[in-house]
Design a protein around this ligand. Structure first.
Ligand code: ZN
Length: 279
């Protein structure tokens, strides 16, 4: 009888037996996401993701299910199979985030780097609402479902949005709630100007790139004279913009009063609008 080679002949080991190390392993890259690395590991061993997970005896068919929470026992199984440290496996997930980071981290891949994706990579920072350029190769991140014929957005908007993204990152990573509140207030304004409804956190991860960019650009714009800008956007406001305004300033009635005051002054100086009455 031929001695068995150190290579699994079937995708699943006998139940109760710890998985053997895989014939081939791949080294995780800095900031690589667990599911992305598992996909590369599967490909290196000529399996698909589900076959790899079945071999390692992990009770899910999708690696993405492990990105936010991988149990210690599963991390151990993966570490044995791939010959890496269990801590390395855990470090590729989104565990131990602050509440602020969690709010600004997408559950699904809403954007990606076209260059790195082509090489089969999936990086953790792409999921952050503030991520703008790929930290690995410097390419502008694009929404994950972008089609080749999609409208090209103005460079000026992209530049402003990049600046706003940097401010959002600073607000989130410095763990200063006041900075984040200011940024989210600007996002709410950006949404109202674009007539987008819903949660500002979702607008930042919007599948519509122009909405995301406009909201990020609003963060940059709000850095200088935010009250004047708020007043301008509130002039001629419809009901929704007014609600957005109230929501943005709900904890700061003094600022809301100031915005109203500036808006009234502007209305007086620019003269009455020739609005048609429907009454
Ligand atoms: Zn890249």
């Amino acid at each position: 009888m031929v001695a068995p080679r150190d290579r699994p002949s079937a995708p699943r080991e006998v139940r109760g037996v710890k998985p053997h190390p895989l014939p081939k392993t791949v080294a995780p890259l800095p900031d690589e996401l667990l599911s992305g690395w598992l996909s590369r590991l599967a490909a290196a061993n000529y399996w698909n993701d589900a076959e790899l997970l079945a071999h390692i005896e992990i009770d899910t068919r999708h690696g993405a299910a492990l990105d936010f929470d991988v149990e210690a026992a599963d991390a151990e199984k993966i570490s044995i199979a791939a010959r890496v440290d269990p801590d390395t496996v855990q470090s590729m997930t989104f565990r131990a985030m602050t509440k602020m980071e969690m709010m600004l981290t997408a559950q699904v891949p809403f954007q990606s780097c076209p260059e790195c994706s082509r090489r089969g990579l999936s990086l953790r920072h792409w999921r952050r609402s503030w991520a703008f350029d790929c930290q690995f190769c410097g390419t502008l991140l694009v929404r994950s479902l972008a089609k080749p014929g999609d409208e090209k957005l103005p460079e000026k908007l992209i530049d402003r949005a990049r600046c706003g993204a940097g401010l959002l990152e600073h607000a989130a990573t410095s763990n200063r709630p006041n900075l984040l509140r200011r940024a989210m207030r600007a996002v709410t304004f950006g949404m109202s100007l674009k007539s987008v409804r819903g949660d500002p956190l979702f607008a930042l991860q919007s599948p519509r790139p122009e909405v995301r960019l406009f909201c990020l650009a609003a963060i940059a714009a709000a850095q200088s004279r935010p009250l004047i800008k708020a007043a301008i956007s509130s002039a001629g406001a419809d009901g929704y913009v007014r609600i957005a305004l109230l929501r943005a300033f709900e904890r700061e009635p003094r600022l809301l009063a100031a915005v109203d005051h500036i808006a009234q002054q502007r209305a007086r100086s620019t003269g009455p609008k020739t609005a048609e009455s429907h009454n």
